[in-house]
Design a protein around this ligand. Sequence first.
Ligand code: 6SG
Length: 211
Amino acid sequence: MPGPFTITYFPLRGRAEAIRMLLSDQGQQWKEDVVTQELWQKGELKKSCLFGQLPKFQDGDLTLYQSNAILRHLARTFGLYGKDLKEATLLDMANDGVEDLRRKYIHLIFQKYDDGKAAYVEALPTELRSFETLLSQNHGGQTFIVGDQISFADYSLVELLHAHLLLAPGCLNAFPLLSAYVERVSARTRLCAFLDSPAHRNRSINGRDKQ
Ligand code: 6SG
């Protein structure tokens, strides 16, 4: 039996929200250990973290760091890592692509929002087209990013697309498969309930209130 689960993170969606989406969609409960900037600035928690960063994740007596390793751990736990080696590898590729775009997004939000947003939004179609292409190669884009079951990479990608839909509301208009995919995945019963919950709705996207 996996769990109990605890997410230790800042009061943000940030790098924890895809983990929360996965857990809620899989019918799991978890504890939130919310770390304020004030507490983090004291430095003791940071010193105790393996790489000096959050999120930290506990699954019973297993303590993990690195958001993508946490997603992969939960994927192995709940069968969200494809049906065979080929799908698992394609999922790694997809998730690494998501990570590349996530880093660019974080760089925009935290380091160059005011003079960088226009160029970022202009370059966005090139970034998003890669995911439209990948999706089109799997059942004509009608199911998930890879294979015919949901995977950790779907939560990661859909979460990042949600953040981009807030940043640039029309950004998926030119991508019919991705648009339908985000709506389809977000409408899954338990995930939809989570996305509609105050816990998700009231949580800051990135802490900078940059949308
Ligand atoms: C912050 O970076 O991004 N953890 C964050 N910040 C506090 O003292 N590879 C791992 C992972 O996937 C990255 C962890 C992540 O889990 S997440 C953390 O612990 C610290 O480092 C939200 C996020 N914020 C961007 C950011 C602002 C201040 C510190 C991190 C941008 C990067 C460096 C300065 C400005 Fe920054």
